[in-house]
Design a protein. Structure first.
Ligand SMILES: *[C@@H]1O[C@H](CO)[C@@H](O)[C@H](O)[C@H]1NC(C)=O
Ligand SMILES: *[C@@H]1O[C@H](CO)[C@@H](O)[C@H](O)[C@H]1NC(C)=O
Ligand SMILES: *[C@@H]1O[C@H](CO)[C@@H](O)[C@H](O)[C@H]1NC(C)=O
Ligand SMILES: *[C@@H]1O[C@H](CO)[C@@H](O)[C@H](O)[C@H]1NC(C)=O
Ligand SMILES: *[C@@H]1O[C@H](CO)[C@@H](O)[C@H](O)[C@H]1NC(C)=O
Ligand SMILES: *[C@@H]1O[C@H](CO)[C@@H](O)[C@H](O)[C@H]1NC(C)=O
Ligand SMILES: *[C@@H]1O[C@H](CO)[C@@H](O)[C@H](O)[C@H]1NC(C)=O
Ligand SMILES: *[C@@H]1O[C@H](CO)[C@@H](O)[C@H](O)[C@H]1NC(C)=O
Length: 219
């Protein structure tokens, strides 16, 4: 059953045309379009040239090729996370450790979204920690993944060059971070498989809107 599902989805992967490119922090390696439906865009291993990334008040910048999309960011505190399993909550293997809850965005182009890693309260996240973040992006036709390996620093700041494309009104920060890992999680995709992830939509629209309302109310 699972196998046949994978076969069906692998047919869909070829049809995925909307992608995203993580601009900041730098991904593990150059963008590989065909690998984006796989764990970390096909890059299995962490790299040594990690980005010094703010423990609090960080920003991710990406380029969306899709006009309507859902994004979430998960984190691993392993030195070399090699699969989605390494991004799950040690106390609950079916939940990801999220530093940005799934949220819905519109527009293609460059987007900057705030991410406060310290506020996630995830165990092992502190000044000097080596971590990896994985961006989960869904433009409506399947989930896409890119990873960045980081060293967290309480005195690092986001370089202005990293966000220089996010100055226009449509590209202002409208993302969200949260204090606790969510219970909404997608089934982990196997690393570097040719199949797409089994879940297409990470969260119902009403859940997203409710989440967004809460976040906006909290601002
Ligand atoms: C690390 O080096 C690789 C290969 O040169 C490069 O593609 C990547 O952008 C670098 N990452 C960082 C964070 O500088
Ligand atoms: C992914 O797996 C394929 C074969 O299964 C291999 O050729 C490729 O090098 C792997 N990619 C990475 C980034 O390890
Ligand atoms: C963080 O990773 C770098 C290389 O990726 C390594 O040299 C360093 O020892 C690591 N630091 C810690 C605290 O594990
Ligand atoms: C990462 O996940 C794999 C299973 O996919 C597991 O074997 C390994 O121990 C995990 N690594 C860490 C550091 O948790
Ligand atoms: C910033 O913090 C790092 C450790 O996270 C430390 O190595 C570095 O010296 C600090 N830099 C400044 C300018 O304080
Ligand atoms: C900004 O946009 C230009 C193209 O308009 C692109 O070449 C450049 O890589 C982008 N920079 C960042 C940090 O996204
Ligand atoms: C910002 O808007 C200006 C004026 O419309 C436009 O020329 C520029 O390309 C836009 N920059 C980005 C990164 O979208
Ligand atoms: C574990 O996570 C799953 C998926 O997010 C959730 O449905 C379940 O309630 C969680 N279990 C516990 C014990 O928190």
């Amino acid at each position: 059953m699972r196998f046949s599902t994978a076969v069906i989805f692998s047919g869909l992967v070829a049809a995925v045309s909307a992608h995203f490119q993580l601009q900041y922090p730098a991904p593990r390696g150059p963008f590989v379009e065909d690998q984006e439906p796989n764990f970390c865009d096909g890059y299995i291993n962490a790299v040594d040239n990690r980005t010094m990334f703010p423990l609090s008040n960080g920003v991710i910048e990406l380029r969306s090729e899709h006009p309507s999309w859902t994004i979430g960011v998960i984190i691993s505190t392993a030195q070399n996370p090699t699969s989605q399993d390494n991004f799950t909550d040690p106390k609950n293997s079916s939940a990801f450790q999220q530093v940005m809850q799934y949220n819905k965005q519109s527009g293609s182009g460059y987007f900057c979204l705030p991410v406060d890693i310290q506020a996630s309260g995830i165990s092992g996240v502190k000044d000097g920690s080596n971590v990896t973040i994985e961006i989960i992006f869904d433009g409506g036709d399947g989930q896409l993944y890119q990873c960045a390996d980081l060293t967290l620093s309480s005195n690092a700041s986001v370089p202005s060059t990293a966000t220089s494309n996010c100055t226009n009104a449509t590209n202002v920060p409208i993302g969200t971070s949260t204090n606790s890992p969510t219970s909404s999680s997608t089934a982990p995709a196997s690393s570097n498989s040719s199949g797409a992830s089994p879940h297409i939509v990470p969260m119902g629209l009403s859940g997203l809107l409710a989440l967004f309302g809460l976040v906006l109310a909290g601002l």
